[in-house]
Design a protein around this ligand. Sequence first.
Ligand code: ADP
Ligand code: MG
Length: 203
Amino acid sequence: MDSGTAQVKTLGDYAAEHGAVAHSRSKARDDPLSVLDEDDPIFANEDLLRIDHIPEHDKIVGRNDQIETVARRLKPTITGGSGKGTLLLGKSGSGKTLVTRYVSREVEERGAETDTRIGRAIIDCAQRRSEVQTVIHLSKSLNDPQKTGITIPHSGIATGAYYDRLWTVIDKLYDAIIVVLDEIDRLAPPDDARNIPGGGRRQ
Ligand SMILES: Nc1ncnc2c1ncn2[C@@H]1O[C@H](COP(=O)(O)OP(=O)(O)O)[C@@H](O)[C@H]1O
Ligand SMILES: [Mg+2]
């Protein structure tokens, strides 16, 4: 029995062998924090895996026409004017979110170069399904409470009051804003009972 268990590695042994537990190091280091300066053996640039990572232009393939169209429509914001509402249609994975994030970031940066304060808010409508949720998220994304003195509570005030705070935030902080309503087709109309779990009438 003893000889049998001696050959079976426990999860702890396995973790220790692979350096996943704190007492696994057999060799003492002179400076244990030197690990912070070592290159990551797995990722050359782990940021590339972040969901909000926006690649540079040379990594965006075959979307020059779309980039140009969106850029042309957002261009007026660089001088504090109104951009034009733009709807991007296309198959899932075709780069709509990518193009939108890329161009809006570039426009925001160009604005900063000419001292135009451009705010940018990206709303994932698949996550924020109701109007009030959307207004709250928009207000929070654009607000800087230290500059405006305005707080945006998670709940507890009427939708109209959220709108009031949003307009005040925009007036105080920005010359123009870009709002991206990503996955807008997922925004349910307010009276669409089919989207209430268990509450929909089947037809
Ligand atoms: N033309 C492209 N060039 C480089 N990467 C792309 C391109 N189109 C999509 N991708 C990448 O594919 C993934 C899905 O793209 P995404 O913009 O989310 O598509 P969509 O919003 O149209 O569903 C993302 O990681 C995006 O960076
Ligand atoms: Mg998308």
